[in-house]
Design a protein around this ligand. Sequence first.
Ligand SMILES: *Cc1c(COP(=O)(O)O)cnc(C)c1O
Length: 227
Amino acid sequence: MEAETASAETASDRLHAVREHMARAARTADRKVDDITLIAVSKFHDADAIAPLIEAGQRVFGENRVQEAARKWPVLRERTPDIALHLVGQLQSNKADDAVQLFDAIHSLDRSSLVGALAKAMDRHDRRPACFIQVNIGDEPQKGGCTIAALPALLSEARTAGLPVGGLMCVPPLEVEPAPYFALLGKLARDHGLSELSMGMSADYATAITIGATHVRVGTALFGPRT
Ligand SMILES: *Cc1c(COP(=O)(O)O)cnc(C)c1O
């Protein structure tokens, strides 16, 4: 889309364009756009690039690395306390403490060892960020996420440990039609009584919304290309 390359546009222009696309997709599916959270994925972008988006009214942001987020966000948050920060990248168990303190939602719960680490960290810090279980929906060896077969046991383990699991997250395979993968994630969520679906990125967030996404994770269309 144009927003990916046009650096002459302001952050505010790009935000309005993305919100307009979201509204159109929601209307197509007879959904309310207010039921869909736009997560502005700011990984690799520094505070100077993020600040204009905050000024334009964006409040929900995503990062894929704990350390990068810990470096950038405390100062930005001091200025704008009502920001929500979502972790959308893979999480190592030894970073669970930092993640629980820094993030309001974690989209990458994908294995048993992380359930234990997060449960302990949440107890220790008395903070319970919303969790999404990431599913490796295309069964790709290089990708994070639990297998579809492992989902029921992982979910039950997470619930037993008291993690607030609200939904599922996926990153479908590149360069193939994503709709069938989004539909499959939606079915898995329904089968397990989960209401939230974190799916859709710059190239396909409109498609994801027509298939039920409640959270779209958009980077490039809001910030321009990452260097
Ligand atoms: C980087 C990233 C995004 C945003 O990708 P864009 O294509 O730039 O919109 C979304 N989800 C995850 C998990 C990411 O790592």
